[in-house]
Design a protein around this ligand. Sequence first.
Ligand SMILES: [Zn+2]
Length: 176
Amino acid sequence: MSYCPSCRSTLKSEQKFCHVCGVAIMEMPLMEATGIYGSRLQLFEKKIRISREGWLGSFAHGLKGDKDILISQLSSIQFKRTGLFTNGYVQFVFQGSHESKGGLFDATKDENSIMFTKKQEPDFFSIKEEITRRMETTQGRDSSNLDELEKLDALRRRGIITDAEFEAKKKQLLGL
Ligand SMILES: [Zn+2]
């Protein structure tokens, strides 16, 4: 449970503004790592954010601003360690992301990748481990919710629970 820093009313986790006094709520990342050209990877409760700041960051990528990806949407993470003379990178693959179609993958031009130096690598490694752990938990929970929903649907078909009871439980399980 968190509270508005200004009026102390209770907040939901994903709230950007306090609904009572209107003050902006800072979203505090759980973990964060800074890569090359001022790029940054942040981990929040339910999502990750890739940010590119400053002229160099946008120039190198031809992209600007922040990109949020829900952890539940991630299908895999590619982690390339740094070499003797090469930077490493972390790439996020999710439903709808453009995976490199054959040929050489160019992390400098991929909007879902962040490059890092050897010195920055430990931070990226630990944030990658934590995201992976959260992906497994999220996906495990999703599939057990689905199992439960199927059981409830069977009960509904047999008339043991009503349609309304089923709908209420469905909304709760899917977080609608
Ligand atoms: Zn407030």
